[in-house]
Write a protein that binds this ligand. Sequence first.
Ligand code: PA5
Length: 445
Amino acid sequence: MALKLNCKYAESFLGENDLTGLKGQVEEAAEKLQKGTGLGNGFLGWVNLPTDYDKQEFERIKKAAETIKSNSKVLIVIGIGGSYLGARAAIEFLNSNNYNELTSGTKIYFTGNSISGSALSELMKICEGKDVSLNVISKSGTTTEPAIAFRVFKEYMENRYGKQEAAKRIFCTTDKAKGTLKKLADEEGYECFVIPDNIGGRFSVLTAVGLLPIAVSGADIDKLMQGAAKAEKAYKETDLLKNDCYKYAALRNAFLRRGYMIELLAAYEPRFSMMNEWFKQLYGESEGKDHKGLFPASVIFSTDLHSMGQYIQDGRRILFETVVNIKECGEDIEIKENADNGDGLNFLAGKKMSYVNEKAFLGTVLAHNDGGVPNLIIELDKADEENLGELIYFFEKACGISGYLLGVNPFDQPGVESYKKNMFALLGKPGYESEKEKLEAKLSK
Ligand code: PA5
């Protein structure tokens, strides 16, 4: 495994038996995941997904990606939450957060992840004069944000290309049989990809949800699945002390039990910032229920050392950090000698920026440790497909184990419905009349 968990900067904050004391509970949680006997067991399709996926569909995804790459300058991906974050996170991790500015291939824009009219109309302007394809992603097919965006973009595509040509440029990723989107796709003749029934949105990045946009970016999705398959195999190890994934799940719970309520995911590369967002959804939506769970937060260093650094060093002692340290990450720059040395940086001449970044990382870990912040380090070799496959599976499996250790169902999200119910009522959706009256009375107080 390229991925390694380094606990050296965390252990001194725990008691001798904090980790080993969880051994039995971790084994029980792992068995529930493997045998499908725990809460939410209808949503465990991701556990064996890296080795047990629809190979024919996988080939169809690659073919569709080639078509899009050959006939489109722009791919618009419509989706929200689990139908959005994984694909974007993977594309930026493997390339750059400036992917669209740097690529000579198809630019990929994500929409339908807010209700902003200005964001949507900006995107239509971006599409002007460029050939466009559309990938609309929604498991339920009824989520408001992507449904509005799809309404707008379907009309845009049909106005530009006519109904028949537009249909060839629209790809749907949704349920295999049910839902509004599937029905529409069948009526209009759009090519469809399946989100398996037993895989929830935030665990779906290795299905067509993530794979089609990721393949359009030029990434090797075979290697991505191979990395995940390696992790699937490695993390079947039942001994907690030999299994980094189980160890991470156990340690974050051990910290929570000691009053560390916030986990800060940190990385030293800007291309990781959308992985941070993916992580926050995965853990926040899986664990934040029944008034339990760590609050997942994130930072990019050294950027955020100049904003959040003060709090992390000196604020309330309720946080621990999980730092993803990527050894090799894209091109590097050597710092040159300067005749004036006005900035006093000649002592760095001949050194690479990655060297300086590494020292910033080590200096920060030690400073934060001194300030009372435990640091778990996830080490990765490089930002490539195999490492990413390992990392995705590592976080997913640890999330399942961790949720069971907490005693929640990690695979549902009942809390997400509350805002939707109020929004529909306030919008006057039929069937929500009495709720509307109550809410308007509250608002007018
Ligand atoms: O993780 C989840 O289940 C959610 O974030 C969903 O992915 C999100 O709400 C989008 O749902 P859908 O794919 O049904 O449009």
